[in-house]
Design a protein around this ligand. Sequence first.
Ligand code: PMV
Length: 362
Amino acid sequence: MSEEQFIFHPDSEPIKDGKVTWRSPSNIALVKYWGKKANQIPANPSLSFTLNACATTTSLSYTQREHYADDFSFDLYFEGSQKEDFKPKINTFFKRIAPYVPFIKDVHLTIETSNSFPHSSGIASSASGMSALALCLMDIERQMDTTMTLDFFHRKASFLARLGSGSACRSIEGDLVHWGSHEDTVGSSDLYGIKYPYTVHEVFKNYHDTILLVDKGQKQVSSTVGHDLMHAHPFAQNRFDQAHENLTKLKTILVEGNLPEFVKIVESEALTLHAMMMTSLPYFILMKPNTLAIINKIWAFRESSNTNVCFTLDAGANVHVLYPQNEHKVVYQFIKDELVVYCENGQYLCDRIGFGAKKINS
Ligand code: PMV
């Protein structure tokens, strides 16, 4: 599918006033996206687990504007209060998506959004937030185009979400989502995420992700800056090639349920992401001493307990502890006994693999 196919066709029903609400989850990448080309095209393909508990709920009310104007008219409420400082980001998003959803200029929009996770938890809300907003817009488009297939709805929602925040395109469906052209993944595209098209072993169903909140502060370096630094990065091409190779390897690992090999790729991907940050110019470090303490504890526990617990990291200091359902009891006890002490104010979030965004009756 090309970008042109996502342009809204004007022979549809005119827009009416209304309100739609969507709850969209966050996701955690197993193979990381780090580096992008123009228009939010990823430099390498990625694969993620869709989460369940960490989510954003967004309501979008729309009323026809009296006069046409070549701009956007919207109010934004975050957790009940008007948020002026979020508006420039949304305005940029609307500018990028307007060619595909031109009707957003015909209406005044009221966006009301809230997260299931604490505001300053260091958890990025851009994936769940942008995908929830994209789904609301697609819901409006669907009301004007009643012939739209569900497949197209999901694809275009992912396509729009990508233009807000790359990783957001992996938050539409579950439970594993692939984004980015990859020769060994049928149907893969740089333009949108797709539901992982291959068989996945039972052991990956119900996988747990306990998110340890090591540092709840604002990141010192944004992912936008981090992605940009991959342009002149001395190891960029090798890293991009490695992501392709890891995705090919994961295909067999996911079918077979080969947890020891799964662990190797997932942890290597997390450390490679941070290695890219440490070797860019300017270089930076987002891990904290407690991030490393947790990683070492996980390695020691995995060895002694014969479990398959592993970690992954986002662009931050928090640690995602991943483990299968059949190891939940023993690993969760270990987390409480030995890892929570490294969390800021002892805070952590219990999440698990989820099945994608849901419409909420407004
Ligand atoms: O979606 P962005 O632009 O915030 O980038 C996110 C990048 C990582 O979270 C570090 C990796 C990933 O694939 O999600």
